[in-house]
Design a protein around this ligand. Structure first.
Ligand code: UDX
Length: 439
């Protein structure tokens, strides 16, 4: 496994759990050392226990040496990050290219390099040509693509029981090897249903990931666009979403209206996809994704506008309590978190913002050191003019609005995830406001 971040660490542990001799490689010495000693550098339910189990079997090890990895593996999974470029919407491929440049010269024996990272279409073909130049094994060091669809919080389950497997291959040999690797999922011994497999060419496999994340982002922005219309029309987006969900052609998942999507994948992936489509001369085909992005970002400013309105027209000098910092509950990940983006916007208008999150405070502090952080909901809410519910941690649904009401300066709550019980809050004399719902 080349790269032991979120994706690579999960995949390494799961491959070991499937019985393979597995070596995780990371250029970050500290990360490799932490994993070697059974510590995960991020939060993921069930993964740390599994990591320790697999280390104990001796099947799983970590290294920082490309030479060792090249000598070790028949199959190399490329799991490095592809963040958004600092200077534009496209993907920054420096880690992907760097890994191939570092590994290639050591590849003296037949092997398969399997890309899992999300990359712009055409990358796999380019890497294939480059690897043939770099590797002493020449054409025997091949490239395949096997996109990853795992969700944070469900990473182990999504890796060991994925909805589907996608193989992008350029030869029968590559397909054969991938089938061997994934045999435990494709031909389960325990009588379970085999995981559906789609075999395609390299470019199609790369595009599947871009298409899947674009579709999911579009679904969320669609319901958030309906929320905007509901706000203007005095209608309610929640029963509207429920009514849509009953149509099996639409379905209810990814149809929860709120402050929109964030995280390390959806926002950057739709931007990288549109940038790549423009390069290919088909920017118009995915032009709507610009609007998906805009609708999504507009929900963040809608929360700020509402907070300003509830603060009497000016946020300057107000105290605003923010519940949630992670981009979604169950995670300590704050990458492109809508909650922190809103907190930052409000602070820029001169308000004092106090944030509480059950798990993501350390990460949030690193990214937004100027925000204030509180260890509990009560501490965050003390003296606040407006309370913002921005990440739907289950414990926030259990807050007692009566008790909390005694500590705040103003009983205004914005439920930007639509998961609190309005009558609960209203019964305690709070002004409960939500996105896409009548006030
Ligand atoms: C996503 C994809 O689901 C996964 O398949 C892909 O491989 C990586 O990106 P992840 O980033 O872990 O996974 O989060 P996900 O659970 O998909 O949520 C993404 C964002 O959308 C979160 O900010 C979430 O709060 C938001 N969301 C999700 C909504 O606002 N409404 C919804 O109905 C669903």
């Amino acid at each position: 496994m080349i790269g032991t971040g979120y994706l690579g660490a999960t995949h390494a542990v799961c491959m070991a759990a499937l019985g393979f001799e597995t070596l995780g490689l990371d250029v970050d010495v500290e990360k490799a050392a932490a994993l070697s000693s059974g510590r995960l550098p991020f939060h993921e339910p069930g993964l740390e226990v599994l990591l320790r189990d697999q280390l104990a079997t001796g099947r799983l090890r970590f290294t920082t040496s490309y030479e060792e990895a090249a000598a070790f593996a028949d199959v190399h999974f490329l799991c490095v990050g592809t963040p958004q470029r600092a200077d534009g919407p496209g993907a920054d491929l420096r880690y992907v290219d760097g890994a191939v440049e570092a590994l290639g010269p050591y590849l003296t024996r037949p092997c398969l390099l399997v890309g899992k990272s999300t990359v712009p279409v055409g990358t796999a073909a380019r890497l294939r040509a480059r690897l043939a130049q770099l590797a002493p094994a020449g054409q025997d060091a091949e490239v395949a693509w096997n996109p990853e669809f795992l969700r944070e919080g469900f990473a182990v389950q999504d890796t060991l029981r994925p909805d589907r497997l996608v193989f992008g291959v350029a030869s029968d040999r590559a397909e054969r090897l991938l089938r061997e690797v994934y045999a435990p999922l494709l031909e389960p011994a325990d009588g379970r249903e085999p995981v559906p497999l789609v075999v395609a060419d390299l470019a199609t496999a790369e595009l599947v990931k871009a298409a899947a994340n674009s579709f999911l982002a579009t679904k969320i922005s669609f319901i958030n666009a309906m929320a905007e219309v509901c706000e203007a029309a005095g209608a309610d987006v929640l029963p509207l979403a429920r009514a849509l969900a009953h149509d099996p052609r639409i379905g209810g998942r990814f149809l929860s209206p709120g402050v929109g999507f964030g995280g390390g994948c959806l926002p950057k992936d739709i931007r990288a996809f549109t940038a790549r489509a423009e390069e290919l001369g088909v920017g118009r085909a995915v032009e709507f994704l610009h609007q998906v992005d805009e609708v999504n970002l507009r929900r963040r400013t809608a929360v700020v506008d509402l907070a300003r309105e509830l603060s009497g027209g000016d946020l300057c000098g107000r105290r605003i309590a923010v519940l949630g910092a992670a981009f979604k509950p169950g995670s300590d990940d704050v990458r492109d978190s809508p909650a922190l983006a809103v907190a930052d916007l409000i602070e820029r208008e001169g308000a004092e913002v106090v944030v509480h999150d059950p798990m993501a405070m350390d990460n949030a502090r690193k990214v937004f050191p100027s925000l204030s952080f509180a260890d509990s909901v009560t501490e965050a809410a003390v003296g606040s003019d407006v309370l913002l519910h921005l990440t739907e941690w289950p414990e926030f649904a259990d807050i007692d609005p009566h008790a909390l009401g005694d500590t705040v300066a103003g009983r205004h709550i914005i439920d930007a995830r639509n998961t609190l019980n309005p009558s609960h809050w209203q019964a305690a004399n709070w002004n409960y406001r939500a996105l896409g719902r009548p006030s």
